[in-house]
Design a protein around this ligand. Structure first.
Ligand SMILES: Nc1ncnc2c1ncn2[C@@H]1O[C@H](COP(=O)(O)OP(=O)(O)OP(=O)(O)O)[C@@H](O)[C@H]1O
Length: 243
């Protein structure tokens, strides 16, 4: 179980970009963090991954205080951030990346199964070099295959839909749906996309650096989608009206 207790992040001039965030994420959940631009979603993901350190508050993994642990130490404990762009070294192939993620001991059938899981034909892709010839959607799928290969406890994705066309987006949703079905670890996705929100077990709404809502998709989504609803918008909440 991952717990954030009273987590705040202050930047220059004491501007708070996260304010006293209390959040508990149970093991094996598929959680989507959403909310308006600048609400603090990416900051929250960075705090969980250890890329940013809270100014105040604690982060606990199964009761252990991991607030002071580095990205590498957290990765050892099974928290990984699926970066939007895989590393690109000249000559590095899709196979190399998958072996890096899955471990040297993974046999050929295992590597090929990872590509099939994300809707890529192993025959066409396993020897492809990681370079600009791969489309944005293909890169995204390779990134997700790597996340699957790592089999980590908590995987964070920051706007995986970014740069994906409408056609590839449908496939991306299928891939995440499959990931959810496996229940092999906790998945935390930052997204604005209704179709990604729709496959979540739980939604977390962040606005103005504050946690506005958290709960089952069935409870949160209708209000989020309600036209003109402003209860999650800091401006609307402050003025007590829709905006
Ligand atoms: N290092 C920093 N220094 C100052 N301000 C920052 C820093 N990092 C983030 N911010 C600000 O904090 C706020 C939250 O940023 P964050 O990237 O977490 O938002 P977000 O919810 O992910 O937004 P988006 O939906 O637009 O991606 C923004 O106003 C951003 O400009």
């Amino acid at each position: 179980m991952l717990e954030l207790r009273n987590v705040s992040i202050d930047v220059e001039d004491h501007k708070a970009i996260l304010k006293n965030v209390d959040l508990t994420i149970e093991d094996g959940k598929f959680v989507v963090i959403t909310g308006p631009n600048g609400g603090g979603k990416s900051t929250l993901a960075k705090v969980i991954a250890g890329i940013m350190t809270p100014s105040k508050g604690q982060i606990l993994l199964d009761g252990e205080d991991i607030t002071a642990l580095s990205v590498t130490e957290r990765a050892r404990r099974g928290i990984t951030f699926a970066f939007q762009q895989p590393v690109r070294f000249k000559g590095l192939t899709v196979r190399d990346l998958l072996v890096l993620a899955a471990g040297e001991g993974t046999g050929e059938p295992g590597l090929r199964a990872l590509l099939r899981d994300v809707g890529l034909c192993p025959k066409d892709y396993i020897e492809r070099e990681i370079n600009a010839s791969l489309s944005g959607g293909e890169i995204k799928r390779i990134e997700i295959a790597m996340a699957l290969a790592r089999k980590t406890r908590i995987t964070l994705f920051d706007e995986p839909e970014a740069g994906i066309d409408l056609w590839s987006f449908g496939n991306l949703i299928e891939v995440f749906g499959r990931l959810r079905g496996r229940r092999e670890g906790t998945v935390i996705i930052i997204s604005h996309q209704e179709r990604i929100l729709d496959i979540a077990d739980e939604l977390v709404v962040l606005a103005g650096g504050e946690l506005r809502a958290k709960g089952a998709k069935e409870d949160i989504l209708p209000e989020l989608l309600q036209e003109g609803a402003c209860s999650f918008c800091p401006e609307g909440a402050r003025k007590g009206r829709d905006c």
